[in-house]
Ligand binder design. Structure first.
Ligand SMILES: Nc1c(NC[C@H](O)[C@H](O)[C@H](O)CO)[nH]c(=O)[nH]c1=O
Ligand SMILES: CC(=O)[C@@H](O)COP(=O)(O)O
Length: 156
């Protein structure tokens, strides 16, 4: 009898250590993402004692900090949270692109799962909608994705 092998991650955070990297820029939005991520980990069996929150200036600074955290070997997963909101100049594009590209690089270079919970929005309203209101909470989604990735990778 042939059968399909399926590998799936259980959403159980018990015993896992997470670092949350949170940008201070637009902190009134980012704090909602942090709250969502922490709540998700705790509701899924994680412990406050296993959570570390690292505050950094802005999304541009994320890749280097995430790289050092990942290389330390102390964390099973890293959750990057920020809010890049378009302004009047092309600055947005540079900050958002470097954050996304840099975080993806760190993830692949270190083999540590990293959740990308960085909002990249055209305006403040879109950011508010994604920080715990009508379009959900991207901090929760990033925490969930990080947890699922950790549990999947354990089985491969
Ligand atoms: N405009 C936003 C920034 N800009 C700041 C940069 O991330 C960086 O801190 C600065 O260029 C110094 O290196 N950061 C965000 O997280 N969100 C923004 O909307
Ligand atoms: C995404 C940003 O860096 C943004 O706050 C910059 O705004 P501006 O383009 O108006 O300087």
């Amino acid at each position: 009898m042939h059968h399909i092998t399926t590998i799936e991650g259980q959403l159980d955070a018990k015993g896992l250590k997470f670092a949350i990297v949170a940008a201070r820029f637009n902190d009134f939005i980012v704090d909602r993402l942090v709250g969502g991520a922490v709540d998700y980990i705790l509701r899924n069996g994680g412990s406050r004692d296993d959570l570390t929150i690292v505050r950094i200036p802005g999304a541009f600074e994320m890749p280097l900090v995430a790289k050092k955290l990942a290389a330390s070997g102390k964390y099973d997963g890293i959750i990057c949270l920020g809010a890049v909101i378009r302004g009047a100049t092309p600055h947005f594009d540079f900050v958002a692109a470097e954050a996304a590209k840099g975080i993806a690089h760190v993830c692949l270079d270190t083999n540590v799962p990293i959740g990308f919970g960085v909002l990249t929005t055209d305006n403040l309203e879109q950011a508010i909608e994604r920080a715990g209101s009508k379009a959900g909470n991207k901090g929760v989604e990033a925490a969930a994705a990080t947890l699922e990735s950790i549990r999947v990778l354990e089985q491969i």
